[in-house]
Design a protein around this ligand. Structure first.
Ligand code: PSV
Ligand code: MN
Length: 428
């Protein structure tokens, strides 16, 4: 269990409530002048959840080293405890995404622990980018696209095992990201490698339960540095098209070339009904896995602007998978994940404030400056009072990070969880 008690949240909120209410009313008054009902926005934002990746609560570190943190989770049950804290304080993370085999455990035990914290299981993630102990064939030269049929079969079976466990714990989606690719020109035949990938992915897709979805995640590079088999959204779209109706493209914000216009990718995938969801994080240079909106909050806002635009047009898939995918090395992962979940909600709230009628009119009339200003006006709005009031109304913490620090949770678990030795490699 965790030591985030209702009374702690209550007493923390009592001290902040008066100011939160004043700020909310002031913003409500401002928004009403624009014809916006603040409570309607608050309700939508407070209902918006993003899944926590189980691996996010560990200290991921860099590719070069990992630096142990205090009270790091020892196993998936400790991780679920940490996820419970994040959701209890923010109310923004009702589900957890597991990575297999990192999180392998009995389905009954997983379900019981999740239930204890009121959590659900989001998409299952398979892992054929690493070799596991006692594995027959190595993934050094690929997995689903490997030249050796037996290696491909092993990778397929791993994905089927992920689905099986997922069914037993109430998940309804599988996310597949492979590290397959090549490091040198000539190392692989680009076409036949993709043919092999498609054949393997099709076998997995054909085994999906009827109510399941398959998400494939593209990534431009890393760990393969010359080519990756699913390098961009175009290839990802071809995969989803080839596999079938329940195959969708997952957009990880860090998996693109620098300066790629991600919101346009989102718009295209929405238009052709192949957007599956997101792995939210932020980056400056590559797949940095920094906290969501830590570097470029405007980009996150523009992505949500596309989602809200689609929603208003009745074109938004209501089952999009929203997940964080971050690595934490220099912050407390619980704090980073709480902050990121709130940043996702912030971007959503700002996007809901866009005056869509005015935007459409300025676009139609080619009034470029004013069209850009419509977006800026929404982005510039400090929506923190909306987020805070949403949490207060739901019984979560007005200031989750402050309440978390006050709780002493990290110190408390550090007494039970021995420090993990330093020196092992860091990447996850
Ligand atoms: C790959 O970089 C990735 O984004 C995929 O989602 C993996 O499953 C995840 O990171 C965790 O390693
Ligand atoms: Mn990802």
């Amino acid at each position: 269990m965790n030591n985030i008690s209702d009374s702690l949240i209550h007493s923390e909120n009592e001290a902040l409530k008066a100011n939160a209410t004043t700020d909310y009313e002031a913003l409500g008054e401002r928004l009403s002048r624009r014809g916006v009902d603040i409570q309607a926005i608050t309700d939508k934002v407070a209902a918006f959840g993003v899944a926590v990746p189980s691996w996010g609560v560990g200290t991921g570190g860099t590719r070069f080293a990992r630096f142990p943190g205090m009270g790091e989770p020892r196993d998936i049950f400790d991780k679920l405890d940490d996820c419970g804290v994040i959701n209890r304080l923010t109310g923004a993370t009702p589900s957890v995404s597991l990575h297999i085999p990192w999180d392998i455990a009995s389905a009954d035990d997983l379900r019981a622990k999740a239930q204890q914290h009121g959590l659900r299981f989001d998409a299952m993630n398979s892992n054929t980018f690493q070799d596991q102990q006692q594995q027959t064939y190595s993934y050094k030269f690929g997995s689903l696209s490997h030249t050796n049929a037996a290696t491909r079969q092993q990778a397929i079976e791993h994905n089927l095992a992920c689905i099986e466990l997922g069914v037993a714990i109430g998940s309804n989606a599988l996310t597949v990201w492979v590290g397959d690719g090549s490091n040198f020109p000539g190392q692989t035949n680009l076409t036949s490698q993709f043919e092999r990938y498609l054949e393997s992915a099709q076998t997995i897709y054909n085994s999906l339960p009827a109510d399941w979805r398959l998400y494939t995640e593209h990534k431009i590079y890393e760990p393969a540095f010359y080519s990756t088999v699913v390098q961009d959204w175009g290839t990802n779209y071809l995969i989803a098209q080839t596999l079938g109706d329940r195959a969708y493209c997952l957009v990880d914000l860090g998996h693109h070339a620098p300066n790629v216009n991600i919101e346009m990718i989102v718009a295209r995938l929405v238009q052709f009904q192949k957007l599956g969801g997101f792995h939210f994080n932020d980056s400056k240079y590559g797949d940095d896995d920094l906290d969501t909106a830590a570097i470029d909050p405007f980009r996150l806002f523009l992505i949500f602007n596309e989602l809200v635009d689609a929603d208003v047009r009745g074109k938004l898939d209501k089952n999009l998978a929203h997940m964080l995918d971050q690595s934490h090395n220099v912050t407390d992962p619980i704090e980073s994940l709480m902050q990121s979940a709130m940043e996702v909600q912030r971007a959503y709230a700002q996007a809901l404030l866009v005056d869509r009628k005015a935007l459409a009119d300025f676009q139609q009339g080619n009034d470029v400056l004013m069209a850009a200003q419509v977006l800026k006006e929404a982005f510039r709005t400090d929506v923190e009072p909306i987020l805070a009031m949403g949490r207060l109304q739901k019984g979560n913490a007005i200031n989750p990070v402050a309440a978390y620090r006050k709780s002493g949770y990290r110190q408390h678990v550090a007494e039970q969880r021995p420090e993990v030795a330093a020196g092992s490699s860091g990447i996850v």
